[in-house]
Design a protein around this ligand. Structure first.
Ligand code: MG
Length: 633
């Protein structure tokens, strides 16, 4: 039966914790990595009972290493070793033993000999009703491509011997995958899936540190599963992820991400099969399709009564105006065109808890969907439960799920601005035209260990796409950034990833009490006009060194007048093809967040070329702050 499985090596913690996490995420099958058994204090039969209690089948024991094609006397010893594994498998109730291709320096590399060893082992296994799977490691000494592994399996020609296909090794070796469809399905012992980022690195290091779940990297894992299932293979599809970051994270979270990634992979596969008029494999529960994201309806800041005036003053300097007050809560709505900013000063409830941990910060973002009910159903089906806040009588109940650092992500109906009237009393006119037209993007900061979870969340749950990783220089090191875009590109969320050290991202996460929204980028059609007005009303912008403008005039054929004007106002510039980008940053608010105001002229990027300038200027700003305290009143 085609079904999902996860290898115990993919998760961190003790064997008990791993099994419980797999079961809780909805897995019914696991591969047992032998080290997990070695470190377990109980007997193999106890593992078997524990798995049974949790409803988990142990589908394979792995790995037996350096087996095939060894000279004597190592060859004889290998067969003795294998017999002991068979004993163990009987205790565990496991039928499949996975062998990975030999990396031993003394291995002979003669295909006839290796095939004969595999045939003999399969014969021994058959007497105990056991199966053998043979897998090509990308760094195997003689066998490193799936085609070679399949060749040995074919030569050995035993019904209980099959090839193990692992997308990691296949893609790491850049093997062609079309031919996989030609393998008879009953000769595939096991299908393992893993993804990885498209970075240049030797396969072994890539495997140890960067394997990730399908959809988290850059490889076409669904294509691989597609070809492998065309064979008629109907065994488990098993996640086998070696990744130190994964093992450092809670097993429950990793298992949930794995299940989510497989569900989405299965969904994509069935869509393709449907297009080819093939029956669905129905690997995944049927998932509601992602709803169309129409935009950001509001951003909610949480603050205190004493900090609120500064925040409101900053927003008013940017052209926002307080247009309404909440009917039952200490909450205001500030607005400019379609940009809504909610300021929450409540003394209890979710917002206040968030404030106690993070200080004045963005505690929630509301997205608009064409069909929010479907969007939330999909989130629930993919293991993201709904959150409902406390509301007053007659007020709108807006469902939410947990976002980065337990902030909230609200699901609202596109085009139904009237909902505001239910909760807010408007002062006079609800509209406030101004220079800022829309939210352009929201930068989130996350720990490296959490980043891939958010990729799976935004891609899988919300149907966003993920752009390739960009490395950015920081005065104190480097960090990484990847941009998540909603399907129509309306909502853009660059995620910046801390990699330790004292980069701006790492320091943010430290001082912020975790990750979160650090940058709110708002767009305007007239940046220069906007900055002049905002400066006049007291908004403090980040100071950009003169050298930046000297460099700018050397790099681009811009008029001296334009450069002078940018220098006077502190405006930054970038160009891509025939597009131009003008932008400026406000000073940090309590070292937590800042606004970027930007004007795009046929330009679709994020001005990454200027990020080092911004970071250096922010570092200077921080150094100037002689005292920096987390003032929570
Ligand atoms: Mg493998």
């Amino acid at each position: 039966m085609l079904r999902f499985s996860i290898a115990t090596v993919s998760m961190g913690g003790t064997l008990e914790v791993k099994l419980a996490a797999a079961a809780r995420a909805g897995f019914r099958a696991i591969e047992l990595f032998e080290n997990d058994l070695t470190f377990f204090s109980g007997k193999p039969r106890e593992v078997r009972a524990m798995a049974q209690d949790l409803g988990l089948d142990i589908i394979a024991l792995q790995p037996l290493r350096d087996f095939e094609g060894m000279p004597e006397p190592m060859r004889v010893r290998n067969f003795e070793r294998a017999q002991r594994k068979f004993d163990l498998m009987e205790d565990l109730g496991v039928r499949l033993l996975c062998i990975c291709s030999n990396v031993h320096e003394e291995s002979l590399g003669d295909p006839e000999r290796s095939a004969a060893d595999l045939a003999e082992l399969a014969d021994l296994a058959a007497r105990r009703a056991l199966h053998i799977g043979f897998e090509a490691l990308a760094w195997g000494r003689h066998v490193h491509d799936w085609m070679q592994a399949w060749d040995l399996v074919r030569r050995a020609d035993q019904p209980n011997l099959g090839v193990v296909l692992d997308s990691f090794h296949v893609f790491a070796r850049k093997n062609p995958i079309e031919g996989i469809a030609q393998i008879p399905g009953d000769r595939i012992a096991l299908m393992q899936v893993a993804d990885a980022p498209g970075i240049l690195m030797d396969p072994l290091s890539l495997s140890r540190h960067h394997r990730c779940f399908p959809g988290q990297g850059d490889w076409p894992v669904t294509d691989f599963v597609d070809y492998a299932t065309q064979t008629g293979y109907n065994g488990p599809i098993s996640l086998e992820i070696f990744n130190d970051q994964f093992r450092g994270a809670p097993a429950v979270a990793i298992a949930l991400d794995g299940m989510r990634a497989l569900q989405v992979c299965g969904e994509e596969l069935d869509q393709r099969r449907q297009a080819r008029k093939l029956a669905p494999l129905a690997l995944s529960r049927s998932l509601p399709k992602p709803a169309k994201v129409g935009g950001v309806e509001f951003i909610e800041f949480v603050t205190s009564t004493s900090h609120s005036p500064r925040l409101v003053a900053e927003l008013e300097g940017l052209g926002f105006r307080r247009v309404a007050r909440h009917r039952s809560k200490d909450v205001d709505l500030l607005r400019q065109n379609d940009v809504n900013i909610v300021i929450n000063r409540e003394q209890d409830g979710f917002g206040h808890s968030f404030y106690l941990v993070h200080g004045t910060s963005v505690c929630a973002v509301a997205l608009r969907f064409d069909d929010p009910e479907r969007a939330i159903d999909r989130a629930n089906a993919l293991g993201a439960p709904s959150y409902f806040g406390r509301i007053g009588p007659g007020e709108a109940l807006i469902p939410a799920v947990a976002g980065v650092e337990n902030s909230l992500l609200y699901f609202m109906k596109d085009g139904q601005h009237a909902t505001w009237e239910k909760d807010f009393i408007f002062f006079d006119t609800p509209s406030n035209p101004g220079p800022l037209t829309r939210i352009d993007h929201l930068n989130n900061m996350v720990q490296r260990s959490e980043f891939l979870s958010w990729v799976t969340f935004y891609k899988g749950v919300l149907g966003f796409t993920v752009e390739p990783q960009v490395e950015l220089a920081d005065p104190h090191g480097a960090f990484y950034s990847r941009v998540l875009r909603s399907s129509e590109g309306v909502v853009r969320i660059p995620i910046n990833i801390a990699d330790g050290g004292s980069t701006a991202v790492s320091r943010f996460i430290e001082s912020f009490g975790g990750g979160g929204v650090q940058q709110i980028a708002l767009s305007t059609d007239d940046l220069f006009g906007f900055v002049e007005k905002a400066r006049a009303s007291g908004v403090a912008f980040l100071e950009i060194p003169d050298n930046y403008y000297a460099d700018l005039s050397a790099r681009y054929d811009l008029s001296a007048d334009l450069i002078e004007r940018m220098r006077d106002l502190g405006v930054l510039y970038d160009r891509h093809k025939d597009g131009e980008f003008f932008h400026i940053y406000t000073r940090m608010f309590d070292q937590r967040f800042f606004f970027e105001i930007l004007e795009r002229r046929n330009y679709d990027l994020f001005g990454a070329a200027n990020t080092p300038v911004r970071l250096a200027a922010q570092a200077v700003e921080q150094d100037e702050m002689v005292r920096f305290k987390l003032d929570f009143d």
